[in-house]
Structures are given as structure tokens and as C-alpha cells.
Design a protein around this ligand. Sequence first.
Ligand code: NAP
Length: 312
Amino acid sequence: MTIFPVVLLCRPADIIVGLDTAGARWPNARMTKHTLPTTKLPSGEAVPILGQGTWRMGESRARRREEADALRLGIELGLTLIDTAEMYGDGIAEEIVAEAVGGRRDEMFIVSKVYPQNASRDGAVAACERSLKRLKTDRIDLYLLHWRGSVPLAETVAGFTDLARAGKIRHWGVSNFDSGDMKELAGLADGMKVATNQILYNLDRRNAEWELLPWTHQHGIPIMAYSPVDQGRLPKQAALKVVAKRLGATPAQVALAWLLRQKGMIVIPKAVKPEHVRENRAALDLHLSAADLAELDRAFPPPRRAAALDML
Ligand code: NAP
């Protein structure tokens, strides 16, 4: 009998933590090539609910090795989903991702993004080709429109569709789309092939909860939460420190666990310090009780009225 290593790496907590299986749209966790708990894209493909961000990587030549080492450590710990963009470090972040991934490409789920000004039908294809070269790969697993620009959405979708047909991207999605943008996208031919919306969402930035999250949830579209520790600001908040101390965890872990417990949520903290990488991976093991959640709601209240999506 063959026993796959992935099974051996899977602890019971991996299957339980962060996944609420009550919603019909969010089927039970299933172990896949990824060793972490997963959620499903609309296509049915399982993707890990915790990954690694790369913004600000590639901006300093002196830090390049340290950044690649951090990503490599994360991959060793099972953080095989990496989020990058042509924008980050002017493309150098994508090269650092390639360096970190090395021969482990097939274990990975690589996300990259196209600038809005490059997102015309032909422009998206050309930008993707450049990203593929920097990433030293033949396909991007998920390709996102970084934010909305002046190119008509239908053109961008046409470019993404061409790329998918050519096998250069496996899925496509959007980023920084508010509920109105999502509805507009949904009205286009192929618009509902959108695989995710990557947004600014964390304990301190909860506007998406008013309308966007219920809408994406209803349509089975997972959310990727960026800046999950609010770029290092959240762990400094007193209310978070209190909960963390009581749980024997760190404030960043509480902030991440709060996101990871939500259905259809993929969380992509960026960390270069190895202790941060380890800490973030361990956030998957942290359970927040109803009392913890109520305390967090008092300190970081949900929106009471409609408000525009937070963005950086
Ligand atoms: P973030 O992940 O919330 O915060 C990163 C900062 O927090 C870094 O300074 C990091 O320090 C620090 N940090 C990480 N783990 C920590 C821990 N356990 N304890 C204390 N501090 C910790 O912010 P982000 O980089 O803006 O967002 C994450 C990723 O989302 C990005 O890297 C990018 O891939 C994506 N993103 C997408 C968009 C978009 O428009 N689509 C916008 C922003 C970000 P060290 O690096 O020193 O370890």
C-alpha cells in the first residue's frame, strides 16, 4: 500500500481549524497535494487557506537572499501558496519567488497580478509572459487584476480567457473590487469564472463585511485577505495583546486566527523575519472561543452601515 507523505504530515488540527463546513458552498476539508487545510475555488480545486505575501520584497538588493530564505522556510512549513505581482519590486519579487521555489514548482500555488494599465486584452497576455519569465515557470496558478483601472473589464476578462485557453494561467481573479465592481463583473460573459477577490481585510478593516463578503460568500467565491496583520500595526494594538496573552499566543497569531476561521478565506501575511514565518504558520493551530470572538468584536467592531471597501 502506498502511503503519501502528505497524509503523514496531516494532523487532526489541520483538518478542523479554520474550516466551518456548515455552508453548502464550502465543502469539507480534504487533504490534497497541500499539507495545510484548504478551501475550494469555484472550480472545485483545493487551495491552502494560509499563504505568503511578497509586497516590499525585491526593493533592496541587500535583502534579496533573506527574502528568498524566508519564502523557502515558509514552503518547508507547508506555506505553498505565494502571492506576488508584477508591481512588487518592479518584477524582482517574482524573481525572488522563483529562487525560493526552485525545483518544488509542482507543490506550489503561485498567484501574480497584472497592473490595471497593462490589463487590455493583448496587454494582459504580454504582461503575463513577462511574469512567467521572471517566475521561471510555464503557468501561473491564479492571475489577478491588481485593481480597477480605465481598461474596460470585458477586455481584461477576454485577455484572461485567452491566457487560460493557452494554459498560461490556470485561474483568474480580481483584487480591490467592491460589491458594485463584483456585480458588474458578474454581468459579463465569462465574468462568473472569477476565482477570487483579493482585498484588504483584517480585524481593523472590516468594511467588506457589510455587503461584499455576504455577496462573494453567496456565490461561492473565496476571498484572499491581504495585509492581514495590517502591515505590522495590528500586533501593537492593546486589545489584541490582552486576548493573545490569555491564549498563550502572539497578537499577530490572534489576528490571523480570526481570519483563518472564516469560511472561504485565504490569508496571505508577508514575513521576512524567520520567527514571523514560524509564528504565522502556527496561527493555524490557534482556536478562538465564542468569548474571544465577542471580545475582539467589542475592540474592533464590525461596520454598522455601508462604507467603501478599505484599500491601501
Ligand atoms: P501584512 O502581511 O499585514 O504585514 C506585513 C508586515 O508585518 C511586515 O512588516 C512583517 O514583518 C510584519 N509581520 C509579519 N508577520 C508578523 C508577526 N507574526 N508578528 C509581527 N509582525 C509581523 O501586510 P502586507 O504585506 O501589506 O500584506 C500581505 C500580502 O498581501 C502582501 O505582501 C502582498 O502579497 C498582498 N497585498 C496585496 C495588495 C493588493 O492590492 N492586492 C495590497 C497589499 C498587499 P517582517 O517582514 O519583518 O517579518
